[in-house]
Design a protein around this ligand. Structure first.
Ligand code: PRX
Length: 636
């Protein structure tokens, strides 16, 4: 067993070994980490409950593996270069030793606030080094972090705090994003009106804007940390103790808290990071994701730190002060490994080459893509203009639930093919099934993507509702983990992800449940009922198309639109705002009251050439009316 795969033959050998004897394979990988107590049993699992345990009986602390383990040889190596939103502001860099000290100090702050092992802590912060410190300090004291993307609304934040029963929130006064300053603490204050269980809020001073500090509840990070000791002994936790909860959208209305546990997640985050990106001692790695998403967890915080790599942490957005910002940052730090989402590539592509050509980009060695299918045009643009045809592109397929990358080229090793995620990582056993769950063997097949054997960072449960985890991922097909994605395996055995087959829309790489958006729209005072579907969008991959029935049919449509947009922003956040809102008098429902979404999808896609059988509709007439009012040109 090798730790870092060097060539295709080695990949094939490792893959075969991982399938033949997964326990021996992963035990070998786990051995290079620091354990407080070695495991008793490598793997125990069944997919029917589901119940998956990796490295059971072991004790460890992941932060010792991210930080303490590196102090002897890499203490003075930069862990993060921090690039602020405004490039004129002083940048910061933080070494592994400094990060260790900050994490120890903040762990002592958490201890002084009475935080105990297993407690949930909500983190709602901008992309500053302190968000990494907060995440790691939670892990160091054995608390479970629940990071909420700081673009979510007060109402979404409050729902997540309540679901996780978090006692403590860590936040900042405000945040800088492009030319906007966002009042983060005000959003937290509003959320806490509906989250009475929160005892303390720790506030990092980032923007110095005025905020209200509630006496007895709210505390300044900057004051607490000044008094904190830099010595902290990491709390030993069990291998299967939860490390974090991360909320994600599904087909049903309420986002669910995906739970990842400690040891298996750690081993897979590091293994996948090391092998997919193939960084070396001198690499400068940059993932443009936000910590609020799984990519931020696995491939900004844990993976790179476990591997002892230097990363760039970026506070800003790709288009501020202009669409050349990414490339400016790449040149400034001599970034070697760059990981972003297709939506960002398409947005920058649309701005024109004049924002790319002024930059050298000669430090780049590997490019990555994540979050949604990358279309061929975007793949080639990325390859030609960013990678200058000399950087392999790793199109990494994975999910919040998988904890780490499952299908992807290994940089420089696997031959790439535009828009293909290519081959599974060692330890990952994908299968493609038809709608009845029959495995489609061989190549040149298309169906639903499942995984038939557990990998170390597989989802363990959905917080507070194990049955929901079973139902969502393990009940569709017996003894298989169902991904929710459609997939094709081509003549070379390469996997191409075709997108979601459930009621989930992937908007700019962010997952939105149609039911979740509908629930938000239905809260609007102008609306009685709504139905939401996805449609192809040039930049976002998929856009949100909402059909709404109004309380007052005479109401001016623009008024309805503005009202719905404001309501969705208030309830979920700006990322869930529909791109198109069509006011309709009725929705195509069957006699049993079910909305026929395929008709709405066809209209939203602009292709009504074949609507299929509509005779079972309660009122087939609504289809004509919907077609007439469509907000896209219709074919057929
Ligand atoms: O549909 C797939 C798509 O994103 C979904 C997972 O979303 P999320 O949990 O938010 O995680 C995103 C970051 C890992 C998947 O079910 N997806 C993710 N990566 C790819 C992808 N679709 C195609 N190609 C990818 N590389």
């Amino acid at each position: 067993m090798v730790y870092k795969i060097n060539n295709l033959q080695e990949y094939q050998r490792e893959y075969a070994a991982s399938v033949e004897n997964p326990e021996a394979f992963w035990a070998k990988q786990a051995e290079r980490f620091q354990w407080k107590k070695k495991w008793d049993c490598v793997l125990d699992w069944n997919f029917s409950e589901p119940d998956v345990k990796w490295f059971f009986g072991g004790k460890l602390n992941i932060t010792e593996n991210c930080l303490d383990r590196h102090l002897l040889n890499k203490g003075d190596k930069i862990a993060f270069y921090w690039e602020p939103n405004d490039s004129a502001e002083a940048r910061r860099s933080i070494t592994y030793r400094e990060l260790h000290t900050e994490v120890c100090k903040f762990s002592n702050v958490l201890k002084s606030l009475g935080v105990k092992k297993g407690e949930r802590i909500c983190i709602y912060m901008p992309m500053i080094p302190e968000v990494v410190v907060a995440v790691l300090a939670c892990a160091r004291v054995g608390a479970i972090h629940s990071v909420v993307f700081a673009g979510f609304s007060a109402s979404s934040l409050s729902d997540r705090i309540n679901d996780a029963k978090a006692d403590l929130v860590i936040t900042s006064d405000g945040s800088f994003r492009g030319n906007k300053t966002i009042a983060i603490k005000d959003i937290v204050d509003e959320a806490l009106e509906n989250s009475p269980g929160v005892k303390n809020v720790v506030v990092y001073k980032r923007t110095s804007q005025p905020v209200t500090m509630k006496p007895g509840r709210d505390l300044w990070w900057n004051e607490l940390i000044e008094k904190a000791s830099p010595e902290h002994e990491a709390e030993p936790v069990e291998s299967e103790d939860p490390l974090f909860i991360l909320y994600t959208s599904g087909s049903t209305g309420k986002p669910k808290g995906v739970v990842h546990t400690t040891a298996g997640y750690m081993v897979f985050a590091e293994y996948s990071f090391t092998n997919v990106f193939q960084c070396n001692e001198d690499s400068i790695y940059w993932s443009t994701a936000d910590i609020g998403w799984i990519t931020g967890h696995s491939y900004i915080v844990y993976g790179p730190l476990l591997a002892g790599v230097t990363s760039v942490l970026f506070e800003g957005i790709p288009t501020y002060p202009n669409p050349g910002r990414f490339w400016d940052v790449v040149d400034k730090y001599r970034v070697t490994h760059f990981y972003t989402a297709p939506t960002a590539i398409r947005a920058l592509m649309a701005c024109g080459l004049e924002y790319v050509t002024p930059y050298k980009l000669d430090s780049l060695q590997v490019l990555g893509s994540v979050g949604e299918p990358i279309n061929e045009e975007a793949w080639h643009w990325y390859d030609d203009h960013v990678g200058k045809n000399k950087c392999p592109i790793v199109d990494t397929w994975w999910q919040t639930e998988t904890g780490g990358i499952l299908i992807s080229p290994l940089a420089g090793i696997t031959k790439t093919k535009p828009s293909y995620a290519t081959l599974p990582l060692p330890g990952v056993q994908p299968v493609i099934v038809d709608s009845e769950g029959n495995e489609l063997k061989g190549n040149n097949v298309e169906g639903n993507l499942c995984i038939k054997f557990p990998w170390p960072s597989i989802i363990r449960t959905t917080y507070g509702d194990h049955e929901r985890c079973r139902q969502t991922y393990f009940s569709t097909y017996k003894n298989l983990y169902f991904t929710g994605d459609g997939c094709r395996r081509d003549e070379d055995g390469y996997y191409r992800i075709l997108g979601r087959v459930d009621d989930v829309i992937n908007v700019s790489g962010h997952r939105m449940g149609t039911a979740e958006v509908e629930n938000a729209i239905n809260e609007d005072e102008t609306v009685i009922e709504s139905a939401v579907v996805g449609f192809p969008h040039d930049i976002k991959g998929q856009g949100i198309y909402a059909f709404v029935i109004c309380e007052d049919p005479e109401l001016d449509h623009e008024t309805v639109r503005q009202s719905v947009l404001a309501t969705v922003t208030r309830i979920i956040g700006p990322i869930a705002k529909p791109d198109k809102i069509q006011v309709v008098r009725g929705l195509p429902k069957t006699r049993s009251g079910k909305i026929m979404r395929r008709i709405l999808r066809k209209v939203a896609e602009g292709d009504v050439s074949n609507l299929g059988d509509i005779s079972t509709l309660l009122d087939p007439g609504v289809v004509e009316e919907i077609k007439k009012g469509a907000l896209v040109p219709l074919k057929g």
